[in-house]
Design a protein around this ligand. Structure first.
Ligand code: SAH
Length: 280
């Protein structure tokens, strides 16, 4: 099998920074990601940013189907060429943020899909939320990301890293940090440490939430300015008839002090607040 550097040289590929192109060169890390994803014969895998397609190949050997979503036209033609032996790979030239993950789920089988990828770090947050928004169609995701982003996903209340992703992912998923990967495993080398995270999407949220959109809006508003108190953040938004006094009463009734900051509240606290709002 050719090395990544060889493929890059032979095809005169110049990694594009804007597209977050840091290719994995360490084959053992690719294998590890596939191992962590625990792909079953009947499963469909969607890979985000397939790049040169080496990990795609490993996935294709395990899965029923692999959807390789890659934005770069030069790379998708290379992928089509290099993966032509695999009848179960579909190369999709598309921005992942505009690609409905449910498409991969419906076209192949009724099973939920698994998502894998060494994703472009500059858009890792939007990609992660894109996966979360498709939680009905996804069973798990194994993603390489910047270490700090992994820290935020796994953070607990009262820590600096705790924020919107910790709460929103915490409600719907079980997250484990699998491995830490140093810059030398990539070409070109990123300036940051990386981590592979496994995100298992649960069938039920950790706490019942009546209105998921409202829950998400309350979490986002509460963290809008981290140094402000919960009340001062909440009062900045329009809650359809909930004026300052009503929000104060609502928090008081729940026994949650309005002077606390969002970073001190648990996922359950946010669920309680959101369930207490009566908004049509
Ligand atoms: N998985 C490969 C490449 C990782 S680099 C490897 O590990 O070697 C990130 C990849 O994501 C690049 O190939 C880049 O072209 C692609 N990419 C960047 N933005 C994207 C987007 N919005 N949608 C899909 N792919 C994207």
């Amino acid at each position: 099998m050719k090395s990544v550097r060889q493929i890059i040289r032979e095809n005169s590929i110049k990694p594009i920074k804007r597209l977050g192109q840091c290719f994995l060169v360490d084959f053992s890390v690719m294998k590890k990601i596939i191992e962590i994803a625990d792909i079953k014969r009947n499963e469909t895998v969607l890979e985000i940013g397939s790049g040169l397609g080496l990990m795609t190949e490993l996935a294709a050997e395990k899965a029923a189907y692999v959807y390789a979503v890659e934005i770069d036209k030069k790379l998708t033609s290379l992928l089509n060429e290099n993966l032509s032996n695999y009848g179960n790979v579909v190369v999709v030239q598309e921005n992942i943020l505009n690609y409905k993950l449910s498409l991969a789920a419906h076209e192949s089988s009724k099973e939920k899909i698994k998502v894998i990828g060494n994703i472009p770090y500059n858009i890792s947050s939007p990609i992660l939320f894109h996966i979360l928004e498709s939680k009905e169609n996804v069973s798990a995701a194994v993603i390489m990301m910047q270490k700090e982003v992994a820290d935020r996903l796994c953070a607990v209340p009262g820590t600096k890293a705790y924020g919107i992703p910790s709460v929103l992912f915490g409600l719907y998923t079980s997250i484990s940090r699998e491995i830490t990967v140093s810059p030398s495993s990539f070409y070109p080398e990123p300036e940051v440490m990386s981590a592979v995270v496994k995100i298992l999407i649960n069938n039920k949220p950790l706490f019942p939430v009546k209105d998921e959109t409202l829950f998400s809006r309350i979490v986002r508003t509460s963290f809008a300015q981290r140094r402000k108190t919960l009340l001062n953040n909440l009062k900045c938004a329009d809650w359809h008839g909930y004026d300052l006094k009503k929000i104060q009463n609502l928090l008081g009734d729940l026994g949650i002090s309005e002077k606390r900051r969002a970073e001190e509240l648990s996922i359950q606290d946010f669920a309680k607040i959101s369930n207490a709002f009566k908004i049509q």
